[in-house]
Write a protein that binds this ligand. Structure first.
Ligand code: GTP
Ligand code: MG
Length: 427
């Protein structure tokens, strides 16, 4: 491996954390202030933002450390997802700052679809808003289980405990109906750094730790090494006569000597060596690690295939039951064609049936006999794929159970796969 590769893949093994929530509730500010308070930004960059804000006669905006697009700074909103690598004293994170505006929901979903941990922000003064609820629905659909709730802008409500408790109770109910149990609710004032890196003196009634302490204490979502191995193939590199199979171990452990099967081709091989970007040669790799794999045999496998242990293979099917979130302007109808992207697979599919449609912010069922799914609705559907899709029911392995739907190269929906179904059977 060249040094270039090492640099470009830096942060690949970092824990991926996404910030979501209603527009203006303070996501970019929290991330910007976090970088500033931990000396993670170049002083020149802070000076640059100071100059931009002074020129515009406005207060210093930490969000500008991330919202680099001129249009974003003009409108004071995030449009596209931005990513930064952040190193705390304990570990490395890849922070994904997603936009809150509903027009940019698809950017939020594409940012969230790969996250290990999600942070949901709520403005203490404004309280719960449409996107606060909708984003929670999307996170639950994407199978993101490690969630922290931040009640931000506590300064605007005089750091009042009651405001915080009311939001905690109301939002807690909504989350419970989605079967989400947040790891913590944290009262915070991102702009002023209160409860962000250090515990705040302004909220003595709060007995928990600061945001960063709680984040660092969270169990690594990839510590579940007890799950079966899933290694989706990203690329195949040829060095001399050797073929190096590159990808990220999404679950389980791979060890030298293991016999593995690639699905759907069913080609098998024995692991000869495992290379990591920052280390020479290892004898094993665990979930969350990006590796290059060399097999004893020179087999021809392609991007999109998933390596599994012979004893615990993933499901392979042409017809799957899925829960989806739709955000295309055009309604999704029975018979519609899309591309299903799951790990590194990209497969054409057709909506075979629409079984149930739900409003994503109120969670009310719209109709049992709906024929189409409108923007921002959630639905249970059967998708029929052109080539077999390799997956796991999302309840078993999240990483290989979630997907996005792409139409005209745009992400128009996302969701989770529940199980394989007989195509024309009644469910
Ligand atoms: P989008 O990305 O557009 O959805 O917004 P966002 O959630 O990233 O919000 P952003 O960080 O851009 O902050 C919106 C406004 O709220 C900015 O003017 C911030 O300075 C302000 N703000 C953020 N956090 C706080 C806070 O703790 N207290 C106060 N008073 N203002 C805050
Ligand atoms: Mg923002």
């Amino acid at each position: 491996m060249t040094d270039d590769r090492r640099q470009t893949t830096d942060g690949n093994d970092a824990i991926r954390i996404v910030f979501v929530g209603h527009v203006d509730h303070g996501k970019s500010t929290l991330v910007g202030r976090l970088l500033a308070d931990t000396d993670s930004v170049e002083p020149a960059r802070i000076k640059n933002v100071e100059a931009i804000c002074a020129e515009r006669r406005m207060k210093f905006e930490y969000a500008f450390l991330l919202d680099a697009l001129e249009e974003e700074q003009d409108q004071g909103i995030t449009i596209d997802v931005s990513q930064v690598i952040f190193k705390s004293k304990k570990r490395q994170y890849r922070i994904i700052d997603a936009p809150g505006h509903k027009e940019f929901l698809k950017n939020m979903i594409s940012g969230a679809s790969t996250a290990d941990i999600a942070i949901l922000l709520i403005d203490a003064e404004e309280g719960l808003r449409e996107q606060s609820k909708r984003h929670a629905t999307i996170l639950s659909l994407l199978g993101i289980k490690t969630i922290l709730i931040v009640v931000n802008k506590m300064d605007l409500v005089d750091y009042n405990q009651k405001v915080f408790e009311n939001i905690r109770s109301e939002y807690g109910k909504h989350l419970a109906s989605l079967k989400i149990t947040p790891k913590a609710f944290i009262p915070l004032a991102a702009y002023f750094g209160e409860n962000l890196v250090k515990k705040s003196q302004k909220m003595p009634w709060y007995s928990g730790k600061s945001f960063l302490e709680i984040l660092d204490d969270l169990e690594t979502p990839h510590s579940s090494e007890d799950k079966p191995l899933r290694f989706p193939l990203q690329d195949v590199y040829k060095f001399d006569k050797q073929r190096i199979l590159a990808g990220r171990v999404e679950s389980g452990v791979m060890s030298v000597g293991d016999e593995i099967v690639f699905l759907p081709s069913r080609k098998t091989g024995r692991v000869r060596s495992i290379e990591k970007w920052h280390a020479p040669v290892e004898t094993k790799a665990s979930a969350g690690e990006s590796i290059g794999l060399v097999l004893e045999e020179q087999i021809f496998v392609e991007r999109g295939e998933i390596a599994c242990p012979l004893s615990k293979e993933a499901s392979v099917s042409n017809s799957v039951l899925a829960n989806i979130f739709w955000m295309g302007n055009k309604h999704l109808e029975k018979g519609a064609k899309c591309v299903l992207k799951l790990t590194t697979q990209e497969i054409e599919c057709v909506v075979d049936s629409i079984l149930k449609v739900i409003n994503s912010s109120t969670l009310d069922e719209i109709s049992k006999t709906a024929r189409e799914v409108a923007k921002n609705e959630v639905a249970e559907v059967i998708l029929v794929t052109k080539k077999p899709v390799v997956f796991d029911p999302f309840e078993e392995i999240t990483e290989t159970g979630r997907f996005v739907l792409v139409e005209d190269r745009q992400v128009r929906g996302g969701g989770i796969l529940l199980k394989s179904v007989e195509r024309f059977s009644a469910i």
